[in-house]
Structures are given as structure tokens and as C-alpha cells.
Ligand binder design. Sequence first.
Ligand SMILES: Cc1ncc(C[n+]2csc(CCOP(=O)(O)OP(=O)(O)O)c2C)c(N)n1
Ligand SMILES: [Mg+2]
Length: 534
Amino acid sequence: MPSVADLLVERLAEANIDNVFGLPGGETVEILDSIRRSGVGFTLVHRECSAAFMASATARLTGRPSACLTTLGPGATNVVTGVAHAALDRTPVIVITAQTPERMLPGHTHQVLDLGALFGPLTKASFHVQPDGADETICEAITLATTGRPGPVHLQISNDVAAQQATTLEARSAPPGSTAVATDSLQVALQILSESKRPILIAGLGLEPEGPYEEVLHLAEATHAPVIVTPKAKGAVPDDHPLSPGTIGLTWTDPVYEVLDQADCVVAVGFDVVELVKPWDHPAPLVWLASWANQDPELPAAAELIGTMGPALRRLAEADSHPEGGWGETIVAAHRRKHPRLQSMSSPPELLAPQAVLRVLREHVGREALITTDVGSHKILACLEWPAFVPNRFLVSNGLSSMGYSLSAAIAAGLILRDTPVVCTTGDAGLLMSMSELSTLARLQVPVTVVVFKDHALDLIRSQQKRAGKPAFATEFTAPDFVRIAEAHGIPAARVSSEETLTEAVKRFVESRKPALIEVAIDPSTYPTTPTGN
Ligand SMILES: Cc1ncc(C[n+]2csc(CCOP(=O)(O)OP(=O)(O)O)c2C)c(N)n1
Ligand SMILES: [Mg+2]
């Protein structure tokens, strides 16, 4: 009979989890040793939260569940933000933590925390694995993570339990396959679309893992419906497509609301309001199409299409649609003329406008490149204005919007997309929060170019202070010399403050196919979130 630890690793491997991210503790040595003896890889990180960010990015890019491992007590508390990210950004992460053996409880209190209570509200379920029924629990956890709306599931396993023998399940339930959406709902949706004069599609994070991108485009073109994307769905339709008006969800006044407000029908595909800063209140009939149910929260929907999205999108494209003249391509073109992206902005000498940074990156990293962004003023600009051409090549913590995400996500992406340039954009405060993983980047030698927007500020918060008529307070600091920090890790780095030097560094580093860091001196005054006036 296998040990519980061996069984766990076997079940992870069967779920196509080929790598676990984590940071060990004394209470994880059994599981670690099972991983060492298996074909499953292990990536050591330097802060547990990063392990969950990496696992989440891995799940997003592979379409499969992923896993992270931490010790008990402080390891478990350190992973919490990453687990919360997986919860609100809807990724199936198996979060494995250690725990003190039960035979030592309740007398032993060193490093003991109620991990079920800690992870319960953040996960789809938190399980305490026991030798009896271990296989059932592990299989249930893996299935649950990917069933319905994906999310993290927690398993706590002590070394004691991990070392014990476990009985394997005779028969296991098959993972859920594709499900057809209900025909009557499809009929209602077809009717709504055929009556619509100004239909809109909103593409959201739930397009993954199915990825029915061709079908989304086909429906858009068949009905002349502009496709608004959420940040996590950027690239669902290429940004230069004539039906691509822009990204929604960053502020209460995103330019694309001007298009959305005119819609008389909204087809929401894989849409999740967790991505929106502004509450959803659109009055037009909404067609809900997703692989999971319309709940938590439930949107007022005129038709609910729940199941495999591709075939339903193809059926919807057969609607007898008659959009009014000027809708679709014409309105998108006018909108794009009114709101040009990544415009040239004047900036003081020795500083670069953030728009210029993104423009140089866009010009030199190639259409297929993957970009990650952290959280702050630079995220809002990147989400609104980065032209994404390929689905799932823009990674962001958006449901949770946690700082410190982008470096970890970029490393995970680099491990998967070996031949695609990966660029991590981050604020200076975000990098300060996460730069323990520069060491991981240097060790793994994945080709990630880190671009740090150095403005010596928590700029987004400072802008909020300014908008509220308050002085900057506790939002300014002196950022360190990131070039020297990178070089101390053996990572080549450059400091730039002009478009020419930035272009040269981007070309050189992206071509090098090695880790690199570019520190850019930023003028934050042109961010869309910077209040205008005094
Ligand atoms: C973990 C975490 N802590 C705090 C916040 C609140 N917050 C949002 S943006 C921001 C400022 C980020 O500063 P920086 O990384 O330098 O980006 P900038 O706004 O300057 O572009 C803060 C503190 C957060 N989103 N996540
Ligand atoms: Mg900053």
C-alpha cells in the first residue's frame, strides 16, 4: 500500500499537475520526499504567497489544476494572500499545508493554528486529510477545484498522516466532461439577439480554460457586436480587430462604458463581476453564457446558458440579427479615434511617461509576448491601454488585485512558455514586496524581463489622497537601486530614462532569452488615474 504522501503525489500527477510550488518546513518532509521520488517537479520559492501566485498563473496558462505546498503555522499564514488571489481570480489551486499531528493536540500549541478556520472562507473547501479515506478526500479536492467556477481547495496533512499507509479507491468518478446548454434558454437568447439593434459581447475571465476564442469572434462578426473585454480576458479578440473597443473594470469611468451604455443587449461570455470596480447595473437584457452557474452574485439575466460555451456561441451566431446602421465597426472606430491608446505624452527630462514605456514594449516584444502587471497606477494604465493580440497572454491579479503578484506570475509563465518572451511590469512598491523571487528567477534562468516603474511612490494611493483633497502622506518613499539588487542576484540590469535607452535595453534583454531587469524612471503625472488640476 502507498503512503498518504505517495498517494497524494500520484493523484496530483494523474490530474496533470507536473510541478508543485512551495517552501518546505519540518512538517512537510514526507510529502517533499514523495515529490522527489516522483516525476512531479518542485519549484522552491522564497515566500509562500509567491507559490500560490505561481500555481494560479500555471493553472490559468495550462487550463489544468495546479498545486502549492507550505508548512504549518507561519507557512500557512504566509500563503493566504495567494490563496485569496486564486479564490477571487477563479483558479483551481490545490493548497497543501502541513499541520501538527493530532495525537499531540490539544496540549501542544507551538505553531498550531486552526487552518480549517483560516482557509475555509478563502477556498471551495478545506479538508483535514486522515489515513482513513485519504484517497477519497484527495480526489474530491482535485475534482472540486475544477468543477463549476474554479477555485482553490485546501488540504492539511501532518507528517504523521503523510507517512501512514493509505487504501486506494477502487472506483473514482470521472472528471466532468462537456455539457450542452439548455435548448430552451438558447431559444430565448436567439430571440433577444434577433430583436437587438445594438448588441454587445462582454468577454470575461471564465473564457478559460475552455478558450472558445474563435467562436467569440465568429459571433461578434455575425452580429456586428463590439466585444468588450475584462482585464483577464484581454486578447480574447485581438486589440486591433475592428470590433474591439477596449477593456472594462478598472475605474467607474472607463472609456468603454461610453460604448456599453448604448447597448440594448449584452451577451456576457465567461463574465464575472469580480473583475469590475463599478457595480454592474446595465439595464439591457443580459444573456449569461458560462461554464458555471449565474450565482454568487446572481446577475439579472434574461437567459442563462450554462455549459460548454463553444457550441452555444456557434448557435447564437445563427441569430437572425439586424443591428442598426452605424453600430458595430463604425461605433468602435469612432470610439477608438476619441480615445487613442498609449499616446505620446510630454514628460520632464530624465523621466519617461508610463505610456511611452508600454509603447516601446509593445513595439519590441512581439505580438505573442506574455505580459504580467502588478497592482497600482501602472496596472490600470496597462489594463486599459496595453494592446493584447493573443488570448491569455496578459496576466493580472484582478479579482483580488494584490500587489506582489506580477513577478511570481511571470516566472510561472516563463516556465511554461519557454519560447515566448515574458515581460513582468511592476511598480516599485510591488517589486519591493515581492523581490524575494528575484532569487527564484535567477536560479531558474527563465527568460523574464522585469520592467520596474520607479516613481518612489504608492502612486495610485497618492492619487486617491490628492483626489480627496488630502496631502500625500505615507505614500512616498525612496526606492532602492533595483539595478544593483538585480545584479547582486546575477541578473543583468539597466537603468533607463529615455525611449532610446529603453528600446535598446528591451531589444537586448528580450533577445538574450535570460532573466533581466530594467529600472525605468517614471513621471506618474500622465497616468489616467492622476487627478488633473492642482
Ligand atoms: C497586498 C496589497 N497591499 C496594498 C494594496 C493597496 N494598493 C493598491 S495600489 C498600491 C500602490 C502600489 O504602488 P506601486 O507598486 O509602486 O505602483 P504604482 O501605483 O506606483 O504604479 C497599494 C498600496 C494592494 N492592492 N495589495
Ligand atoms: Mg510606485
